[in-house]
Ligand binder design. Structure first.
Ligand SMILES: Cc1cc2nc3c(=O)[nH]c(=O)nc-3n(C[C@H](O)[C@H](O)[C@H](O)COP(=O)(O)OP(=O)(O)OC[C@H]3O[C@@H](n4cnc5c(N)ncnc54)[C@H](O)[C@@H]3O)c2cc1C
Length: 387
């Protein structure tokens, strides 16, 4: 039997799409490689924009995650060894918060719990996806058995990690030669719901408040830089690591007192060329992987899911997955996705180098941003809603 819609990958982006379809009684099947609760303990911090909170509210899952989310009320942006800094404040932009820090596992748990089990196949790992003129097909393994499903629309939301080449889908990748180190650290001073974005010649670093109480001293750290440098600090003992962090970050939260497990991953910009694969849509990290400097990647992915859900709901079954529908999706997402990519790439290129004179220009830019309210509003809107 042919399915109407198959979603491959039940991470946060695939699950948001699935939930939006479930709530509109649209038939679908989702394949997820992990077991149902396998990701619920993942403490990786996602930086959620205010716009993403509104999406989760509309889907009815915000209440389930709110108690685990830390509000970002202020974003403090500065550069190491140079003048100029700026602050973005929620209170100046009529928002209750500029964004939130949320553990990945808290979000996947809330989404898994909201999804009806009969639509989801857990422990089902896709091995091959083919797009065809009449339908798309996925081969997958579940409990030692090989199976296939065909559908009018196949949505790839696998994070872009595992699936090989799909005919008609071409990826463009730019390696930054940088790694990101992520961990949780405790500092001498409380976070006060402030997120710090610090640009250093070696690469940007972010310190995000991570603890619901503003007096909590816990932060999520994202420290990026040349691979060799990041590997070097990742391999230090805690004392060496914390003093290097203090030197790179400065004194704004006092000394760093402790650090949890450190994870490193390579940074790249990966995007898709215009697709010629019928009956196939690609969303979330599978469609675009960005540098984490501006916390855009996940939020852009959520907006992919919402736009696609809207289009599916408004497409007659006979036209599902056909070229006009896929073109409509691609047109509607183009501007937001390109904007997120350009914005992120520009930040990395402008702020991660030591070129003579650039430091002064950066300082002047940050100083001007501090004084120019429309530019701040533009930035807050871009980060919150992709506009
Ligand atoms: C360490 C780290 C820190 C990050 N920090 C931030 C941040 O602060 N802010 C931010 O906005 N973004 C951040 N990101 C990016 C963010 O994690 C992604 O944008 C987000 O997870 C994308 O969601 P997704 O659902 O598209 O993909 P994923 O979260 O990767 O989910 C993909 C899902 O597909 C499943 N899957 C994979 N292969 C298969 C298969 N073959 N068959 C079936 N299922 C499959 C996986 O099990 C998984 O559940 C970070 C990323 C990393 C790696």
């Amino acid at each position: 039997m042919r399915e109407l819609i198959v979603v491959v990958g039940g991470g946060p982006v695939g699950s948001v799409l699935a939930l939006a379809l479930q709530q509109q009684n649209v038939a679908f099947t989702m394949l997820e490689a992990r077991a149902k609760s396998a990701s619920h303990q993942d403490t990786r911090a996602l930086a959620l924009s205010y716009g993403s909170r509104l999406i989760l509210e509309k889907l009815g899952v915000w209440d389930a995650v709110q108690a685990k989310a830390t509000a970002i009320n202020t974003i403090h942006i500065s550069q190491r060894g140079g003048l100029g800094r700026t602050k973005l404040k929620a209170s100046e932009h009529n928002q209750p918060a500029l964004g939130y820090v949320l553990p990945y596992g808290a979000l996947t748990e809330a989404l898994d719990n909201a999804l009806e089990l009969n639509n989801i196949r857990y422990a089902a790992e896709a091995t091959e996806i083919k797009s065809g003129e009449v339908f798309a097909q996925v081969a997958f393994n579940q409990f030692g058995e090989s199976k296939t499903l065909t559908s009018a629309l196949m949505v790839v939301a696998d994070g872009g990690k595992n699936l090989g080449e799909i005919a008609g889908i071409q990826r463009e990748t730019k390696e930054y030669g940088h790694d990101a180190l992520v961990s949780k650290v405790r500092a001498e001073l409380p976070h006060n719901n402030i997120a710090y974005e610090r640009f250093t010649p070696q690469g940007p670093m972010a310190l995000l408040p991570n603890g619901q109480d503003k007096n909590s001293h816990d932060f999520s750290l994202v420290w990026t830089g040349l691979q060799a440098n990041i590997h070097k600090v990742a391999g230090m003992d805690d004392f060496g690591f914390l003093s290097q962090l203090h030197e790179a970050f400065g004194d704004r939260v006092g000394k760093f007192l402790s650090v949890e497990k450190r994870l490193c991953f390579p940074l790249k910009l990966s995007t898709l060329k215009p697709s010629t694969a019928p009956h196939l849509a690609v969303i979330g990290n599978a469609a675009q992987t960005m540098h984490p400097v501006a916390g855009q990647g996940f939020n852009v992915g959520l907006r992919d899911a919402c736009t696609l859900a809207d289009i599916i709901i408004n497409t007659p079954i006979s036209a599902m997955g056909a070229a006009p529908m896929l073109e409509r999706y691609s047109m509607q997402r183009q501007r937001d996705t390109r904007g997120g990519i350009l914005f992120t790439d520009l930040l990395v290129n402008t702020f991660s180098n030591d070129l003579i004179g650039l430091q002064t220009i950066r300082g002047a830019g940050l100083g001007a941003l501090e004084l120019f309210k429309p530019a701040k509003s533009f930035l807050v809107n871009k980060m919150s809603f992709g506009k």
